[in-house]
Design a protein around this ligand. Structure first.
Ligand code: RIB
Ligand code: CA
Length: 301
């Protein structure tokens, strides 16, 4: 089977950890070309360090990490989101440090360079604010023609988590998200309306044997830190592992990027010619199956 070349653009991040886990584990499915980092949950220095250390834990030192922007397109980052990600961005769980350092390429340039090498096949999985992608599309106008699909954890068809209307990844850099949604590249939008339906509980380990105890320990601590709530970012990427995880509906999605109370809202219109597929429901058992496969695969190496 041909592998899917992917880049994960991420702000690790407790739930980002599990998303990267899936990207690392399914080696026969994914050709993980790079991790590109952005801040928001914490500084980009911290999220980049976290990405490097996560790759060490998952024994994927072969995957380059490219550091992204140090601010949103038009605003500085806010304070670290300690409540959801701890002071170190990873639920205050300490990982062993990697000796690897970030690539000489910026995230923006790494995305373009990998897209060039992948001949139109590259899939971007974006699970943080979309600042790096926006920078790439602004700097390289021909990039639009080189990306097969963008998988977005962001938006919501129900209520938001930073305001009644908006989900965090879109809200924090709504101008960037708007640029991405207006590229015309097919987008899968996986929002809070589906991710909230699939909490990740400690019972995910039930019946799994011969696990890598260090990985298990970190995962259990992160699940505990989040009080067994949803790991949003993992759900987005799991839709690439199994097309039974999410049910999508074609839609035209636009992003409100002004500073009104609706800033960051993902507005979905099912009547207009679609620019996206929006997730409308989730097969929770299928998602758990993917997560359990991930844990077993990561334990094998
Ligand atoms: O709204 C959920 C998103 O915001 C996730 O990507 C999570 O990591 C947080 O940053
Ligand atoms: Ca994230």
């Amino acid at each position: 089977m041909k592998t899917i070349p992917i880049i994960i653009d991420t702000d690790p991040g407790v739930d980002d950890f599990f998303c990267i886990g899936i990207g690392c584990a399914f080696r026969e499915l994914f050709d993980l070309r790079a991790i590109t980092t952005i801040g928001g949950n914490n500084s980009t220095d911290v999220t980049t360090r976290n990405a490097l250390d996560i790759l060490k834990l998952f024994k994927r030192l072969d995957v380059p990490v490219a550091k992204g922007a140090d601010s949103f397109l038009f605003e500085p980052f806010g304070e670290p989101v300690v409540r959801f990600h701890g002071t170190n961005g990873l639920g205050d769980v300490q990982l062993e440090h990697s000796q690897n350092t970030a690539s000489a390429l910026s995230a923006c340039d790494m995305i373009y360079e990998q897209a060039r090498q992948c001949n139109g096949e590259l899939v971007l999985v974006t699970v943080g604010p979309e600042t790096n992608l926006a920078h790439s599309f602004l700097k390289y106008p021909d990039l639009k023609g080189m990306i097969r699909k963008i998988v977005v954890m962001g938006g919501t068809l129900s209520t938001g988590n930073v305001s009644e209307y908006a989900e965090a990844n879109i809200y924090h850099d709504a101008q960037a998200a708007r640029i991405v949604f207006e590229t015309g590249i097919p987008i899968d939008m996986i929002g809070l309306n589906v991710t909230r339906k699939a909490p990740l509980r400690r019972s995910i380990f039930d019946g799994l044997n011969d696990l890598d105890e260090r990985i298990r320990d970190v995962m259990e601590k992160l699940i505990e830190f989040r009080n067994e709530e949803s790991m949003h970012d993992a759900i987005a990427i799991s839709s690439l592992v199994s097309d039974k995880v999410l049910i999508f509906k074609d839609a035209f999605t636009s992003i409100i990027d002004d500073y009104s109370e609706k800033r960051g809202m993902s507005v979905v219109d099912y009547e207009k010619a679609p620019n996206s597929r929006v997730a409308v429901d989730i097969n929770v058992d299928e998602y758990y199956k993917v997560m359990r496969q991930m844990i077993l695969l990561l334990s094998k190496r």
